[in-house]
Design a protein around this ligand. Structure first.
Ligand SMILES: Nc1nc2c(ncn2[C@@H]2O[C@H](COP(=O)(O)OP(=O)(O)O)[C@@H](O)[C@H]2O)c(=O)[nH]1
Ligand SMILES: [Mg+2]
Length: 209
């Protein structure tokens, strides 16, 4: 049995996934995590200065979620968290047009990281409740998502304030990682792709690179 098969078998037994929440500061990462953890009081969120780990169960999987601060001065430390990451959840502030270019550069720099080569990428277009915020297709275009060939990705419009689409985003993410870990024949992969495309949430844009 090859090493990869052993790792897959162990992961399957544990049903444990490692998710890394990244994005620019103020995107809403910590607020999203509070919301999906059922903490209703989301008014008291301070900027994340280092990192925070949250563990919760979603659809039968134990998710170990790393919430890492996104301030410019902290970004060089992101790479310390890459090891064994199953999925990167890239959170975008859809109301912040002025930093979208910065956001694009940081995302593309992550996509080039060797240690993240096998990771699923879920882009959360957060703060959709803000009037005049950018739509998911607009963000997808401005981040150049259609050009991603190296990773399986999806963009999901959402709001930590209203809670809309957060769970759908997580569902896709877990499903996409599980597909990679538990099935590795081409047959299984392609059948998953077509079924997840047909069940994709309205307004979401998806692409498997
Ligand atoms: N309008 C709106 N504001 C949000 C939303 N999510 C987070 N925020 C606010 O954005 C700010 C930054 O949130 P935080 O979770 O600390 O961002 P982080 O730096 O990415 O962890 C806070 O003032 C939040 O209340 C959202 O969905 N809609
Ligand atoms: Mg934070």
């Amino acid at each position: 049995m090859g090493l990869l098969s052993i790792i897959r078998k162990n992961k399957q037994k544990e049903k444990e996934l490692r998710l890394l929440f990244l994005g620019l500061d103020n995107a809403g990462k910590t607020t999203i995590l509070k919301r999906v953890n059922g903490q209703d009081d989301i008014s008291q969120v301070s900027p994340t200065l280092g990192f925070d780990i949250k563990t919760f169960v979603h659809k039968g999987y134990t998710l170990n979620v790393w919430d890492v601060g996104g301030q410019r001065s902290l970004r060089p430390y992101w790479r310390n968290y890459f090891e064994s990451t199953d999925a990167v959840v890239w959170v975008v502030d859809s109301g912040d047009r002025s930093r979208l270019e910065d956001c694009r550069e940081e995302l593309w720099s992550l996509l080039g990281e060797e240690k993240l080569a096998g990771a699923t990428i879920l882009i959360l277009a957060n703060k959709q409740d803000i009037q005049g915020s950018m739509s998911a297709p607009e963000i997808a275009t401005r981040l150049g998502l259609e050009e991603i060939r190296s990773h399986s990705w999806r963009i999901q419009p959402c709001s930590a304030y209203t809670g809309e689409n957060l769970l759908q985003g997580l569902d896709w993410c877990v499903q996409d990682v599980a597909r990679r870990i538990y099935f590795h024949g081409t047959q299984a992969v392609s059948s998953h792709v077509s079924s997840s495309v047909s069940s994709s949430v309205q307004g979401a844009v998806q692409r498997v690179g």
